[in-house]
Design a protein around this ligand. Structure first.
Ligand code: ADP
Ligand code: ZN
Length: 609
């Protein structure tokens, strides 16, 4: 067997992607590898194929016990002898897996890190033939990251315990410091690095100014992603609960997920998300690592993420199957204030706060950018992308910019003259000359800045304030009531020494409330598509696995387009290997054939009339 033949006969794919083949060759020759690839890039095949080719079984270390069963089920469907060892198994089941390991009848074994490093397990492994170690989600060794798992630090010992067995560490976290930590802590100094581009061309990045929040979300889901799976990220547990409940009231099936829910509820919600086609999960950042559901069609952020790294990882959970997905975010002045406050009021060291401020600034610059968003993201990860991708909101409808020099000077003067202690609302009313009891009380009506800003609407002033705060011209008093002060960069602007151009806000969502037709299914094929989906759902339920474990949407779409009628035609579909042909070829081809006769019947009846 060669890597290519395994790819075709077992996994049903025609060609390797990117550097998969080079990574596989490295392991086959006994070398170590460090793989950085975006989510959906195809990391799993990099260790699955060599595990099948080398003698013995591959040990896959993964922190996500809840997902192991599904991963193993998916492999078994393709005919791979896979098993897992974690605390969810009964003792007898564990013994059975251990027997298979010793007997050498397995291809892949998934093991939780804390279990792997137990003396008993290491001893068992010492008596087995091991093909390789794959350390998935390797960024969990990073003590700076939010996915840190102390158990991962112990994995360094694998280098000594099993010096002759190749190790591969994989992650979708892109930044350089994490990469260095992985090499250091897992002792992968001799590993060959494979750093892929982090571009996710099928994801469309969009950021909208917040105006109403929930209704915007409803319009987005209802209008563009009705009956599709998606993730909605919120900052607080409370907001998660409320948003999920509210979506349900609006007729959208949504479930909450956050670290405050008990373990069983979280596992149940995660399971339903994996199993169902059209479920929305509303979650804090606690949700998502290792979720390998391929058909997540959107990731929405109702609150500003703390960093581009986090944002990119979360949005990357959309569109793993390569089909179009949306990364959609709402953003407003309140987010900037809230995030800044969280940093200043945290217990962290000053050094850490500096890093966090820096990360937040990069995130804000991303939100306020008027050129290509994707290019900005990729530059952040050290790539040199094309200037414009043509597939993000700023590329699709370039935002207008305007000369905000004069307006900014008026605003900064008003901040200064009113004593640098009032919030946005008061300042806007002041500039627009709107009566307020406090204005009279403080004598502000007599100031030269009172009423000098009638040319802009309250909304436009608010947008200007947000951008000035994001760019550091204004600071927010985080200890008090959110009063605005002149920021470090304000002086030259106030003195008229520097012009300022800003983007004009707009509402980029489609105002339509109608569902968007699916671009990839012609209306005449819609019925067959639904039939095949229903068949997949029934088969999946019978076997107790998620639908995508039977076939991905990509494979079903090919069936609709090509209508295979023979084994050879069915085997030619992407994602169909010999095992899946044997297990599912007949029912799917029957459904397609039945649909064909039905369609002909209808058309001949029509002709007869
Ligand atoms: P990752 O772990 O990097 O997020 P996966 O290993 O889950 O990504 O792969 C993402 C998707 O791409 C899966 O649906 C997988 O079947 C598919 N895939 C991976 N490699 C190939 C390939 N060479 N050809 C076609 N599809 C592939
Ligand atoms: Zn773009």
């Amino acid at each position: 067997m060669t890597p290519e033949s395994i790819l075709k006969t077992t996994f049903g794919f025609d060609a390797f992607r990117g550097r998969q083949q080079a990574i596989i060759e490295t392991l086959l020759h006994g070398g170590d590898a460090l793989v950085l690839m975006p989510t959906g890039g195809g990391k799993s095949l990099c260790y699955q194929v060599p595990a099948l080719l080398r003698r013995g079984f591959g040990v896959v270390v993964s922190p996500l016990i809840a997902l192991m069963a599904d991963q193993v089920a998916a492999l078994r469907q393709t005919g791979v002898a896979a098993a897992y060892l974690n605390s969810s198994l009964a003792t007898a089941e564990q013994r059975a897996v251990e027997q298979q390991m010793l007997a050498g009848t397995l291809d892949l074994v998934y093991i939780a890190p804390e279990r792997l490093m137990q003396p008993r397990c290491l001893d068992l492994l010492g008596r087995c033939q091991i093909a390789l170690f794959a350390i998935d989600e390797a960024h969990c060794v990073s003590q700076w990251g939010h996915d840190f798992r102390p158990e991962y630090l112990q994995l360094a010992a694998l280098a000594e315990c099993f010096p002759r067995i190749p190790r591969i560490a994989l992650t979708a976290t892109a930044d350089l410091s994490t990469r260095r930590e992985i090499v250091e802590r897992l002792r992968l100094h001799d590993a060959q690095p494979f750093i892929h581009s982090f571009d996710r061309p099928n994801i469309c990045y969009r950021v909208a100014e917040r105006s109403g929040g929930r209704t915007q979300l409803l319009r987005f889901i209802g209008g563009e992603h009705a009956s599709e799976a998606g993730i909605v990220y919120c900052l607080s547990r409370n907001k998660v609960e409320q948003t999920a409940a509210w979506l349900c009231e609006q007729g959208i099936t949504a479930l909450p997920y956050h670290a405050g829910l008990d373990h069983a509820t979280r596992a149940a919600h995660q399971q339903r998300f994996a199993r169902e086609d059209a479920l929305v999960i509303v979650a804090t950042v606690a949700f998502g690592m290792g979720i390998d559901k391929p058909d997540v069609r959107f990731v929405a952020h109702l609150d500003l993420p703390a960093s581009i790294e986090g944002y990119y990882q979360e949005t990357g959970r959309g569109g793993r199957d390569g089909r179009p997905a949306d990364a959609w975010m709402l953003y407003g002045l309140g987010d900037v204030v809230q995030r800044r406050r969280m940093i200043e009021q945290s217990e962290s060291s000053e050094a850490r706060k500096r890093v966090e401020r820096h990360k937040l600034d990069a995130m804000l610059a991303y939100c306020e950018i008027s050129t290509c968003r994707r290019a900005q993201l990729l530059r952040y990860f050290g790539e040199q992308p094309q200037a414009a991708c043509g597939h993000c909101d700023t590329c699709l409808t370039p935002p207008a910019t305007w000369d905000a020099t004069e307006a900014a000077r008026k605003l900064l003067s008003a901040v200064y003259r009113t004593g640098q202690r009032f919030g946005a609302q008061y300042l806007i009313e002041h500039l627009r000359g709107e009566a307020d009891e406090r204005a009279a009380k403080f004598g502000h009506r007599r100031l030269s800045t009172f009423g000098i800003g009638t040319e802009l609407s309250a909304k436009q002033w608010r947008s200007l304030i947000r951008q000035l705060v994001a760019h550091g011209y204004l600071d927010v008093d985080l200890d008090g009531y959110g009063g605005l002060r002149l920021g470090e960069r304000a002086r030259p602007l106030l003195r008229g020494e520097q012009p300022l151009h800003l983007r004009r806000d707009r509402t980029p969502e489609r105002p339509s409330s109608q569902a968007k037709p699916r671009a990839d299914i012609a209306p005449k094929d819609a019925a067959l598509w639904e039939t095949l989906r229903a068949l997949r759902k029934r088969l999946a339920a019978e076997q107790g696995v998620p639908g995508y474990v039977i076939f991905h949407d990509t494979t079903l779409l090919e069936m609709v387009a090509r209508r295979p009628a023979s084994d050879a035609e069915f085997l030619a579909l992407t994602g169909v290997g010999e095992r899946k042909l044997e297990a599912f070829g007949a029912p799917f081809m029957q459904a397609i054939a039945a649909h064909g006769t039905l369609a002909t019947d209808v058309s001949s009846q029509n002709k007869a009339r």
